[in-house]
Design a protein. Structure first.
Length: 211
């Protein structure tokens, strides 16, 4: 397309009073204008119709109406965008593939982390268990003899209620504490457990004593 071939590129009307002719229009220029307009209609899927005078305006309205302004709007169909890297942390739009990728990566990370954890309900540990300072756990019942964790209260109760017993073979004529064995055999004694070790002294008797 080109401008009309005049000094200023504009059309001029004829002026009979000054005998100034109007701008002549050549066939080539008119054909170029016609071709430009027809191309817009045809390229947008339209068909030239000599009975219509609004084909160009209709095509332009459809073209402009099919776009969103930069200030925003509502999309009537599907929006396809490029999927950015999972490490992207910006204002880029996120595709469904981007979101699903992050969810899958997070799920895998959690599964790997959970595989190193024991459930709260009856956990079984493969290594040594150490209770952190200030933490508490349930005290097993007295007499518990299992793999349950023993608290300090359980240990203290067990030690406080412990009563050691022993069977000692004694020969005749030996004295144990304040008692005497007159015949070979065993004597059984008991004492309350304390922090002080129990000392047992067995002394041979060479002289008869009445107690």
């Amino acid at each position: 397309m080109e401008l009309i071939n005049t000094e200023n590129g504009q059309f001029q009307d004829a002026d009979p009073s000054t005998l100034t002719p109007g701008t002549p229009i050549s066939a080539s220029w008119a054909n170029n204008i016609q071709g430009e307009i027809a191309a817009v209609i045809i390229d947008r899927g339209g068909v030239l119709d000599g009975t219509k005078t609004n084909q160009m305006s209709t095509i332009l309205s459809d073209m402009i109406g099919g776009y969103l302004p930069l200030t925003g709007g509502t999309i009537t169909g599907s929006l396809n965008i490029q999927t950015v890297a999972e490490t992207d942390n910006s204002t880029n739009a996120a595709s469904t593939a981007f979101v699903q990728g992050l969810i899958s990566a997070e799920a895998t990370a959690r599964e790997n982390a959970d595989s190193l954890l024991a459930p709260k309900a009856s956990p079984v540990f493969s290594g040594q268990v150490q209770m952190p300072g200030g933490s508490t756990t349930l005290t097993p019942s007295a007499g518990d003899s299992s793999t349950n964790v023993a608290t300090t209260a359980f240990v203290d109760n067990a030690l406080s209620s412990y009563t050691p017993t022993a069977n000692l073979p004694l020969d005749p004529g030996h004295l144990i504490q304040s008692g005497r064995s007159n015949a070979p055999g065993n004597i059984t004694f008991s004492t309350a457990f304390s922090d002080t070790p129990v000392s047992i002294v067995v002394t041979p008797i060479t002289t008869h004593m009445d107690l």
